[in-house]
Design a protein around this ligand. Sequence first.
Ligand SMILES: *Cc1c(COP(=O)(O)O)cnc(C)c1O
Length: 428
Amino acid sequence: MGFDLDINEKDHLMIGQADSTKLAEEYGTPLYVIDEMKIRENYRKVYQAFSKYYSDFQIFYACKANTNLAVMRILEEEGSGIDAVSPGEIYTSLLAGFEGDRVLYTGNNVKDQEMQFAIEAGIRLNVDSVSQLKRLAKIVDPDGFKISFRVNPMVGAGHHEHCITGGEMSKFGIKESEAVEVYQMALDLGFNPVGIHSHIGSGILESEPFMLAVETLMDIAGNIAQGTGIEFDFIDFGGGLGIPYHPDEEELDLDNFAQEITGLFKEKLVHYGLGKPTMCLEPGRYIVGNASYLLTRVNTIKESYRKFAGVDAGFNTLLRPSMYGSYHHIVVANQARAPAKEQIDIAGNVCESGDLFARDRLLPEIKEGDLLAIMNAGAYAFSMASQYNSRPRPAEVLVKDGETDVIRERETFADLLNKQVLPPRLLK
Ligand SMILES: *Cc1c(COP(=O)(O)O)cnc(C)c1O
């Protein structure tokens, strides 16, 4: 428990062996700083934990967590595949060097044009509805065309209601009770359904809900195999592996998690005579979440009805606290060993009351000019950033062994007007 921080002799927070205060001076704030080795470590941790118990194991990094091209290149080098949820993510995956057969398109409410785009790129489609299946049959010659289905196994879990993607309130996937029927329909249309998929939610820190989802999906897969004679090439349990955001949260015991899940998986394979399909997982958050920090400068200390430290980032830069009420740990990066002293609200610079990074957070005494590091800002952080309030989005830098590369330049005012067109009658 607690977070391991690397702090130098000047009490400055170090990220990837670079001094965070120097990064902030050199590149300005707000700034996303990504630690390359952390991404590689996280990927290897998951890969090794699972492949140790089941060798035919493949990770499809859910890139919506962080679509920076450099991040995706790193994961391509590590041997990952990609779970893409939009044509834009497919486009980025191809640019990052992923072959089409290493990309799975798990879209929802997909339109024909988007399927067409994926097919031309040689991407595997993970079909979400009967509607999509029927439309796909008109776009492509189904004869032997490989597909998989996302199934909703009536099990949901997640750190927030918005992140629960299984169960009867969820819009995702085909109904558990109709799965056999839908696979048969696909066969009758001539398709070759080779895979089955579910993704029940996000931010899961215990194996229990995940085990239940694995059990349910395996039973569904078993019924499909027995009912239709389909042999699965792969069974994909989606993502959702959580990370501790609060220092009191326990890390997921990955080895134990992997052992339990692969154990159940293998047992069910034997039980239903499912052969030896590839086992797939689609972690997003787990791979990139703790690899990045958002550096932001305190520009205002205000003693109003409450005490606020006002910073130069806002929910336009990091949405999770405002959108999900998420806790993000905050460190005073230029005095990272200072003892906690007072409770304070950390407020962003967006003109909305909900723009707070923390309420009543116990922190060292904060002064104007201090640098704050908001931790665990690697997943669903930049990828959810916007230009709201007409603020250009921040830069991203990648750090490895103390060396820094800018992997996304800070936007300028001109970028705010990108693609806008003034009608001639309004020209001045
Ligand atoms: C978002 C998503 C994931 C990744 O979820 P994490 O919680 O980041 O691991 C995996 N698969 C699908 C289909 C998703 O939509």
